[in-house]
Structure formats: C-alpha cells, structure tokens
Design a protein around this ligand. Structure first.
Ligand SMILES: Cc1cc2nc3c(=O)[nH]c(=O)nc-3n(C[C@H](O)[C@H](O)[C@H](O)COP(=O)(O)OP(=O)(O)OC[C@H]3O[C@@H](n4cnc5c(N)ncnc54)[C@H](O)[C@@H]3O)c2cc1C
Length: 238
C-alpha cells in the first residue's frame, strides 16, 4: 500500500471509554511523575497527532526498535505491513510502542538544565492479527486517513492481491502512559544572571509546498497548506 508523506488534520476517533488508564507497575512514572498523564483524551490526542511511532521488541535476545505508521481506532492501535515483515510478526508478542511530539528546544543558562518540550506516549501490550475482511479494510482506511485525511475516499482502494499481501495488527490500548514537558528552562536561582540567552526554540512539523508527481496525468488541485495543520504543535510556550 502506498502512503503519503504529508501531515494533515487528523480525524479524531472517540475513545471507547472515558476513564483514565490505571497506572500499572510497568507504566507508573518514577522520574518526574508530575509530567505524567494517564488521561485517555490526552493519550489519544498525542497518538493521533504523531505521524508515526516506534515499536520496540526483543528479537532473539536483541532489543530492536522499528519506526512505522500507526492509526488509532477507539481503544486500539492498528499497524500494517508486508505479510512477511518481521515487525508485523513481532507485534504478536510483547511490544512497547512509543510516539514523541517534539514541541521545542529548551535552552537554559546552565548546560545541565538544557531540555526539550515534548508530548510522548508509551503503550505496552500484545497485538493480534486482524483477519476479518471488514475490520481489515477499516484499519487500512484508518491508516491512510491518519496520514492524509480524505485520501481513503480518493485513492484507489487496495485490491485482492494487495490485501492478501498485507498483514494488519491491532494492539489494544490497555496499558499506556503519557509524559509532557512544557514551559521555559528551569534554571537554578543562582544562574538567572548568567550572561547567555535562555528560552525555548519552538519546533513543529509543518508541510511544505506540495510537489506533483512527475507522471501525474490530468488536472488536479494539490492539497492546500491550510489543510495540513496537525494538532497544536505550538505548545512549547506554555
Ligand atoms: C524528546 C524527549 C527527550 C528526552 N530527553 C531525556 C534526556 O535527555 N534524559 C533523560 O533522562 N530523559 C529524557 N527524556 C525523558 C525520558 O523519556 C524518560 O521519561 C526518562 O528518562 C525516565 O525514564 P525511566 O525509564 O527511568 O522512567 P520511569 O519513570 O522509571 O518509567 C516508568 C514508566 O513510565 C512511563 N514513561 C516513562 N517515560 C515516559 C515518556 N517519555 N513518555 C510516556 N511514558 C513514559 C513508561 O510507561 C515507563 O515504563 C526525554 C523525553 C523525550 C520525549
């Protein structure tokens, strides 16, 4: 399946449940717990805004972390890939999925207090293959829509051969945590007069001017830049 490297406004699927995740011994934050959140809406918003995730798993004793595209449908994350893909097979075992939204560089007076503003999510669990044809198609649509809203209704749908070659995995959102840093550098009082600039350099993922495919035939309007605002992306100043 071909996907598109253009970030767009993300369709928001309601979580099936509104109650927060319960921290487990594996997801309880020990390091700066005040930055943690188990709120489903917070976690859903970060998962939806992130264009891609990283999946960590152990392969023959070796930890491996592989980037891939995800999409959230209610209380599950779906993934797709080639039927023979190691990543897709690994998802059927214990995995750790992370997403990170980088909101800013935090430049402190002291080297020690340099940091980043971010919103990140860690999800732990075991995925299962989606074999039901309707659910599989819905998951594939969700993945296309996650990357480019409206494309699932425009692009040629996957054909039988493409569907057979594609494995779809679903990871239930049961054990998850978010961690969020916002705001200015946190320098020590004795460093506040130190003679160097301090503050936050905002960062965000922003689309460039669309470049039509060289073999594009027909007269089509490319997507507009205004269509591509993705989440808040400017939260580093808070
Ligand atoms: C862009 C970015 C840059 C960072 N830079 C640094 C750095 O330079 N040094 C550093 O020490 N840390 C950094 N962090 C924070 C880092 O992700 C960890 O939170 C921190 O190192 C503590 O890890 P731990 O395993 O000891 O945490 P613990 O608190 O022991 O983790 C326990 C559980 O808390 C949850 N958790 C921990 N961290 C996160 C997270 N980031 N997002 C969601 N859930 C989480 C997980 O479920 C985890 O299993 C950075 C984070 C981001 C997103």
């Amino acid at each position: 399946m071909e996907l598109f490297d253009i970030p767009v406004v993300v369709r928001r699927w309601a979580m099936d449940s509104a109650s927060p995740f319960s921290p487990t011994p594996r997801t309880e934050l020990h390091r700066i717990p005040a930055r943690g959140s188990y709120d489903r809406a917070v976690i859903a918003a970060i998962l939806d805004e992130a264009l891609y995730c990283h999946v960590g798993f152990v392969d023959g004793g070796q930890p491996v972390v592989i980037p891939t595209i995800h999409a959230r449908i209610g209380d599950e994350l779906v993934f797709h890939g080639a039927r023979a893909s190691r990543l897709l097979r690994a998802l059927a075992g214990p995995v750790c999925v992370t997403v990170t939204l980088l909101d800013g560089l935090v430049l402190a007076r002291s080297a020690f207090h340099h940091s980043m503003n971010y919103r990140s999510v860690v999800v732990l669990g075991v995925a299962e293959e989606v074999t039901d044809p309707e659910r599989k198609l819905a998951a594939l649509d969700a993945i296309v829509e996650h990357v480019a809203v409206g494309r699932a209704g425009i692009a040629r749908p996957a054909n039988r051969k493409e569907l057979a070659a594609t494995r779809v995995m679903s990871l239930p959102l049961r054990e998850a945590s978010a961690k969020i840093r916002t705001g200015p550098p946190l320098d020590e009082p004795e460093d506040l007069a130190y003679p160097c600039w301090a503050g936050v350099v905002p960062l965000r993922t922003a689309p460039g001017e669309p470049i039509s495919a060289p073999d594009l035939t027909g007269d089509f309007t490319p997507p507009g830049a205004a269509d591509f605002a993705r989440g808040r992306g400017d939260s580093q100043s808070g």
